[in-house]
Design a protein around this ligand. Structure first.
Ligand SMILES: Cc1cc2nc3c(=O)[nH]c(=O)nc-3n(C[C@H](O)[C@H](O)[C@H](O)COP(=O)(O)OP(=O)(O)OC[C@H]3O[C@@H](n4cnc5c(N)ncnc54)[C@H](O)[C@@H]3O)c2cc1C
Length: 449
C-alpha cells in the first residue's frame, strides 16, 4: 500500500490500543491525523503472546469507556484474539484513519521549518507532530546470565506459544510476573516438570469480598498512583485471568507440583545457581496480598459498604518443602531440564526516532507524554502518567491528555497565524495586487500551526 498522504498535522505511530485511543481523541477534536501500523491493528495481542492468554482483568474493566465487549460476560476474561478484535471494532466505530502494513523507519526534526520528516516503508511524510504509540513492551530482554548452551532450548516469554512447541523434558521458567506464573502453570498442567524462579513480586487477590482486584485498585486510587514506590522498580505483579481467573498463590503452585526456586543468579557448566531469597520473596508477596485485604476492609468500613465478609481469604497454606529447603543449585541435565523460558520483561526501542526527546541514558524525557522535543509525544509507556498508563483502561485517559495538549498548541498557533495572515494579505494586496486568497492558502499549507 502506498502512503499517498505526504503531509499531515499529526502522525501516530502504532495501532495497538494506544494508537487507537489516540486516534479517537484526535478525531473528536477534529485534528487531521494518520495512524501508521507496521502490521495489523493490535498485532501484539494477536501474534506477540502465547496461545491460551486471556486478559488479566475482567471484560467490564479491561476496555475503553465507549464500547463493551460484544456478547461477552462482563465478569469474564477475554481471550487475546477477542481483545484484538475489540480494538479493530473500536477503530471501525469512529472510522479511524489507520493504514496497516506501513512501518515508520525514521523521524527527524525539520531544520528552518516546522514539523518532522518521517520516513516510512511506503514513502516520506511531513508531520507537524508525531505521537509515538509503539508499545511499552517492544524488545524482549534476556539477562546476560543466560547460559551459552547448544543443548538447551532458550526462548523469551514473547516467543512462547504452547507446551508442544518445546522439546521433551523439564522447563526452567525464569521470572514470576503474570507471564512467568501463567506459563509455568500451563507447562506443569501439560505434564512437564517445571522449575519456577521467583523474584520480588506483588500478588493481589483475584477477588475479595465479591469485587475483583481491578475494582479494589480503582477505588483505592492505586491505578492512579503517579509515581512508583521507591525501590519497587523490579517488582512484578503476578495476576492471572486464566481458567476463569484465580489468585496467584505460589504455595499452591508448589503443592501442585512446580518446584519454586529463588532469583536466578548464574549458570556454571550446566548448573543453574539461585539466590537463597525464595522464602523472603514469597513472604513479601504475602504482605502485599494481605495489605490489599486490609486496605479493602478499611475502605468498606469507612464507606459503610455491605460487602460479604471473606475471612478465609486470609488463610495462607503451609510452606512447601521447596520453600523450607530451598534449592540453590540445579544440574539442568541431571534434572532433565531441556528448556529455559525467560519471562524477564521487555525494553523499548526508539532507534528510529532521531529527535531530542531522550535523557542521557536513552530514556524518553517527557511530562505526561509530552516530550522534551516540542511536537513529539509518547503514549502507552509504563508509568507515563500513572500506574495504569500501559494498560488498556489507562492509556485511553493518557491519550486524552495528549490530544488536549495538541489542541491547545493548535489554538496558540492559530492565534499566531491570524496577525501574520493579515500582514501577508495586506502585503500581497498592496505590493503585488495579487488576490489575497492565494497567499492565505499557501501560508496554511506551510503547516505553521
Ligand atoms: C503478556 C501480556 C499480557 C498483557 N495483558 C494485559 C491485560 O490483560 N490488560 C491490560 O490492560 N494490559 C495488558 N498488557 C499490557 C498492555 O495492555 C499491552 O502490552 C498492550 O499491547 C500495549 O498496547 P500499546 O498499544 O501501547 O502497544 P502494542 O500493543 O505493543 O502496540 C504497538 C504497535 O505499534 C506497532 N509499531 C511498532 N513500531 C512501529 C513502527 N516503527 N512503525 C509502525 N508501527 C509500529 C506495532 O506493530 C504494534 O502493533 C499485557 C502485556 C503483555 C506483554
Amino acid at each position: 500500500m502506498t502512503v499517498e498522504t505526504t503531509s499531515i498535522d499529526t502522525l501516530v505511530v502504532g495501532a495497538g490500543q494506544a494508537g487507537v485511543a489516540m486516534s479517537e481523541h484526535l478525531s473528536k477534536i477534529g485534528v487531521p491525523h494518520l495512524v501508521l501500523e507496521r502490521a495489523r491493528i493490535a498485532e501484539a495481542w494477536r501474534t506477540g503472546r502465547w496461545d491460551s492468554l486471556v486478559a488479566n482483568g475482567p471484560a467490564w474493566h479491561d476496555r475503553f469507556p465507549n464500547l463493551d465487549f460484544a456478547d461477552f460476560d462482563p465478569n469474564g476474561f477475554a481471550s487475546k484474539e477477542q481483545v484484538a478484535e475489540y480494538f479493530v471494532q473500536y477503530a471501525q466505530k469512529f472510522d479511524a484513519p489507520i493504514r496497516t502494513g506501513v512501518e515508520v523507519t525514521k523521524v527527524v526534526r525539520n531544520v528552518g521549518r516546522p514539523g518532522f520528516t518521517v520516513d516510512t516503508s511506503e514513502g516520506t511524510i511531513e508531520a507537524n507532530r508525531v505521537v509515538v504509540a509503539t508499545g511499552p513492551f517492544q524488545r524482549p530482554v534476556i539477562p546476560p546470565v543466560a547460559p551459552k548452551s547448544a543443548t538447551l532450548t532458550q526462548i523469551h516469554s514473547a516467543d512462547y506459544r504452547n507446551p508442544q512447541q518445546l522439546p521433551e523434558g523439564g522447563v526452567l521458567v525464569v521470572g514470576a510476573g503474570s507471564s512467568g506464573v501463567q506459563i509455568a502453570d500451563e507447562l506443569q498442567r501439560s505434564g512437564r516438570r517445571v522449575y519456577l524462579s521467583v523474584g520480588a513480586h506483588d500478588r493481589p487477590p483475584r477477588g475479595y469480598r465479591g469485587r475483583d482486584f481491578c475494582w479494589w485498585l480503582g477505588v483505592l486510587g492505586e491505578w492512579d498512583a503517579e509515581v512508583m514506590k521507591p525501590g519497587r522498580e523490579h517488582v512484578t505483579i503476578a495476576v492471572s485471568g486464566a481458567r476463569g481467573g484465580h489468585t496467584v498463590d505460589f504455595r499452591r503452585l508448589a503443592h501442585q507440583g512446580i518446584t519454586l526456586v529463588g532469583l536466578t543468579k548464574s549458570f556454571d557448566e550446566g548448573v543453574a545457581k539461585f539466590e537463597a531469597d525464595l522464602a523472603d520473596n514469597i513472604r513479601r508477596g504475602d504482605e502485599n496480598y494481605l495489605s490489599l485485604l486490609d486496605a479493602a476492609d478499611a475502605y468498606a468500613a469507612r464507606n459503610g459498604l455491605e460487602l460479604p465478609e471473606e475471612p478465609e481469604a486470609r488463610f495462607i497454606p503451609a510452606d512447601p518443602d521447596c520453600m523450607t529447603h530451598p534449592l540453590l543449585e540445579l544440574d539442568l541435565a541431571q534434572a532433565g531440564v531441556t528448556s529455559i523460558i525467560w519471562a524477564t520483561g521487555y525494553a523499548v526501542d526508539f532507534n528510529w526516532l532521531k529527535v531530542d526527546a531522550f535523557d542521557d541514558t536513552g530514556k524518553p524525557k517527557h511530562q505526561r507524554g509530552v516530550a522534551k522535543e516540542p511536537g513529539i509525544y509518547f503514549l502507552g509507556l509504563p508509568w507515563l502518567s500513572r500506574r495504569g498508563s500501559a494498560f488498556i483502561w489507562g492509556v485511553w485517559h493518557d491519550a486524552k491528555h495528549i490530544a488536549d495538549h495538541i489542541a491547545t498548541q493548535r489554538k496558540y498557533l492559530a492565534y499566531y497565524d491570524a496577525p501574520r495572515r493579515h500582514i501577508e494579505e495586506t502585503r500581497v494586496e498592496c505590493v503585488e495586487g495579487t488576490p489575497a486568497e492565494s497567499r492565505v492558502h499557501s501560508v496554511s499549507e506551510m503547516g505553521v500551526n
